[in-house]
Structure formats: C-alpha cells, structure tokens
Design a protein around this ligand. Sequence first.
Ligand code: FE
Ligand code: FE
Ligand code: ZN
Length: 277
Amino acid sequence: MLTIGSHLSSAKGFESMGIDALKIGANTFQFFTRNPQGGRAKDIDISDVEKFSELSKMHGFQKFVAHAPYTLNPCSDNPQTREFALMVFSDDLKRMEFVPHNYYNFHPGSHVGQGIDAGIEMIAELLNLVLTKEQTTTVLLETMSGKGSEIGSKFEELRAIIDRTDLNEKLGVCLDTCHVYSAGYDIVRNFDGVLEEFDCTIGLNRLKAIHLNDSKTEFASHKDRHEQIGKGSIGFEAIVRLVNHKSLKHLPFILETPNDLAGWADEITLLRQNFNT
Ligand code: FE
Ligand code: FE
Ligand code: ZN
C-alpha cells in the first residue's frame, strides 16, 4: 500500500485534516505548525487530538509530517531571528508530543553570506539545544534547491549537520524531489546513482519521507518552483519509477504540488494506480 498524502491546511485542527485526508484518498499528510511566516501557534486542543487519533487508527493513517514555518532560520546573521528560530523549534517539539511518534520537518537555513561552515555550526547548535532524549518525534532535515544561500542542497551539508548533533538518533532526512533535481541531482536519468550517493553520504536509513513534486524549472536551476505531477521537468515516468523504487516504496510521500483538494485527489489516484503491490 502506497503511503501518500498532501500538504493540508491546519486552520481547523487535526480532526479536520484527517477528514480532508480521507476525502482525497490519503493515508498521511503534512501541515504547517503555525502560519508559514511564523507567528503564534494555536493551543493544542486535547479533544481534537483524541478525535484525530481515533480516526487515524480506524483508517490506518501512517506517520504525518509537521512542517516548521519558512521564516525559521537557525543560521541568520540576526541574533533576534536565531532566537525566534530557537523559540519556535522548541515550542513546536513540545506540542508535537501531544501527537507522539510523528515527523517534524524543517529547512536547515540560509547562511546569508556568513558561509556554509558557519551556517552548519549554527544549525547544529540549535539542534543541540532543542533535541531531548525523551522526545518521540523524529526531526527531518529537508533537502533544499540551493536558492540564495540555502544550506542543504548538498548531501554532504546534511551529513555535516548530523555529525555535529549529539542526539542525532532523533534526526532523519526528507528528500524533496523538486529541490534535489533543481540542486543538480539527476533523479530523472540517474536515480540509482543519486540514491547510491545519498546512501554513501548520509545513509538510506536516515531517509524518512519524500516530498513528491514535479518542477517548473530545468535540471540544476537552483530554483524552487513546484509543479503538478507529470507537468514539469521531472515528468511522470521518473516519478512513477521513484515511488516504486525498492528503497523508497515504504516511505510516506507528501505532495506539495500547486493544487486544491480535488487536484491532489486526482494525483493520489493516479499514483496509486501506478504503484506495484
Ligand atoms: Fe519545505
Ligand atoms: Fe518540500
Ligand atoms: Zn520547495
């Protein structure tokens, strides 16, 4: 069974996301922990969480992915921005424990001219402050396209962050197909080679989730423009090969394609039809 879902609105809480997921044939989903620009998070509603857990059990939902806001930048040159990142990250991780054993995904950060090594140090510094032995959440570093001064467009950079994090058994990686293709990993013509490189550099055991997106821009563009499945430069054939790959087929696939619920329902149906076993 393919584990697939899309990025949903969290405005109405967990139960509402569960209902949306069912509507589109999903058995996982993603959402922003607070509005993507940052801001205050809504208080956790225990009865909402309970209703969701029931729904989740009844329909066999797999782990979901909570996504940190885009404004979270652990390696900003502005101390206030770094302080905000620390506050949001630790608050989100506390709230995640109300729905234990899921994933928390974040963009490693942009070093804004301070250099990749300095950025990596600051990202690890934040992780060393927020991760706890007790947490049940696995934190995912997202692979990035490398636009601007983004860190995480090379597997080596993610490896370096992991190596500098004490509790790195709490860390995994989320591979975004649009981002890696834009970053210059050729998942269309040499997917096995890319996976082999991932395995050698980071280890496939760290790969926990896939952001499944086509790309509006060409290979190695270093841009970040998602496209609907089959309508971009990656193309349907490569995407179907990817979801069926023996090293990936057990993972949760999250669509972040430009769509409404009906559009995601169509993509999920299509991908399920093209999933072997
Ligand atoms: Fe993301
Ligand atoms: Fe993504
Ligand atoms: Zn993106």
